[in-house]
Design a protein around this ligand. Structure first.
Ligand code: PLP
Length: 359
């Protein structure tokens, strides 16, 4: 067996232990004589997995009974629409922050639904960053303030969330369960699972029940959070296999210790940024230092030719997925929870060697 170091931004690396359990259970899931892939979503065996995944999310993220935990489909991109459809009522305004590619997509969809105020716009700033709380031009009485907690493409991350009067709504697709946060400040959090939580095909939504209850009655059934709250995310067939993997990933997180994993994430990122900063400007981080992402470490080399050569040699050396997003170029090392510290150490050594050979 040979596993490479997988720096993909999502879908992304999963813990080997999780894959091995899924493999072992694939043909005959817990003596049911069938795979979980073939099970009815109303069967007892699946039901237990469904409940386990929700309970583990509640435990690990500190989610109170005021919130519903939903396991939906359609990706975070569908949440760009569902959030305003459910939360933003006629006569109300929602504040949005533009921090880059993902925030701007969320804004575009919200504008189709209701009144949006862009409270700060640094989406095109170079070096990349998220807004600082002082520059937010908030709407008095805003329904919510939307933030993209981590811009996966640019590698900029909110380090502390703004203190505002209204509930926060966050797209946490690329940093959920990677660091501590206080759920009680948020009205809604959503995340595509395919980075820190599991495979694609599953979107986790955590929503305050009282906010979801305000949604207009005439929303399409599937687009109403209330539908999924009432039916415990079993109104229709859920993405059973993705939820099963989520349950296994969360078991793995508990086994590692959530807080130990959080510390490890900070250490991995610090180690990589130290290598960038210690290169006398040969490697250049693309985000403003105070907003550098602990999940997606983005940097550049002196020329695009060197970047292409870096990616190709790195791939040969067993480091996969380092090419930056096609819209921005450069290098991106995504180092989510399941990415091993040894992979970061080995990349740092590779970077030093590559600089020596080409610098
Ligand atoms: C921060 C962020 N938001 C939203 C999305 C879109 O997610 P999906 O592809 O699940 O719709 C992504 C995908 O990478 C992302 O990184």
């Amino acid at each position: 067996m040979s596993r490479i170091y997988n720096f993909n931004a999502g879908p992304a690396v999963l813990p080997l232990e999780v894959l091995q359990t899924a493999q072992a259970e694939l043909i005959d899931f817990q003596n049911t004589g069938m795979s979980i892939l073939e099970s009815s979503h109303r069967a007892k065996a699946y039901e237990a997995i469904h409940e386990e995944a929700i309970a583990s999310l509640r435990e690990l993220l500190g989610i109170s009974d005021d919130y519903a935990v939903l396991l939906l489909q359609g990706g975070a991109s569908t949440q760009f629409s569902m959030v305003p459809m459910n939360l933003l009522l006629p006569g109300e305004t929602a504040d949005y922050t533009n921090s880059g590619a993902w925030a701007s997509k969320a804004i575009k969809e919200a504008q189709k639904v209701g009144a949006v105020n862009v409270a700060a716009n640094c989406g095109k700033d170079i070096p990349t960053r998220v807004p600082s709380p002082a520059e937010l031009k908030l709407t008095p009485g805003a329904k919510y303030l939307h933030v993209t907690s981590n811009e996966t493409i640019s590698g900029a991350q909110w380090k502390t969330f703004p203190e505002v009067a209204c509930p926060l709504v966050a797209d946490m697709s690329s940093d959920i369960l990677s660091r501590p946060f206080d759920m009680s400040k948020f009205g809604l959090v959503y995340a595509g699972a395919q980075k820190n939580l599991g495979p694609s095909g599953l979107t986790v939504v955590i929503v305050r029940k009282d906010l979801a209850a305000q949604a207009p009655e005439n929303l399409p059934t599937m687009m109403r959070y209330a539908t999924h709250i009432e039916e415990n995310s079993l109104y229709n067939t859920p993405p059973c296999f993705s939820i099963y993997i989520l349950a296994l990933v969360l078991r793995w997180v508990k086994k590692q210790g959530r807080d130990a994993l959080y510390r490890q994430n900070a250490e991995k990122a610090a180690r990589l940024y130290a290598a960038i900063d210690g290169s006398e400007g040969w490697y250049r981080g693309t985000a403003v230092k105070e907003f550098r992402s602990d999940m997606n470490v983005t940097f550049r080399l002196p020329t695009e030719e060197l970047e292409a050569s870096f990616v190709s040699q790195a791939t040969k050396a067993g480091f996969n997925g380092l090419k930056g997003h096609r819209s921005v170029g450069g290098i991106r090392a995504s180092i989510y929870n399941a990415f091993p510290p040894q992979g970061v150490a080995d990349l740092v050594a590779f970077m030093a060697d590559f600089k020596k050979a080409n610098g």
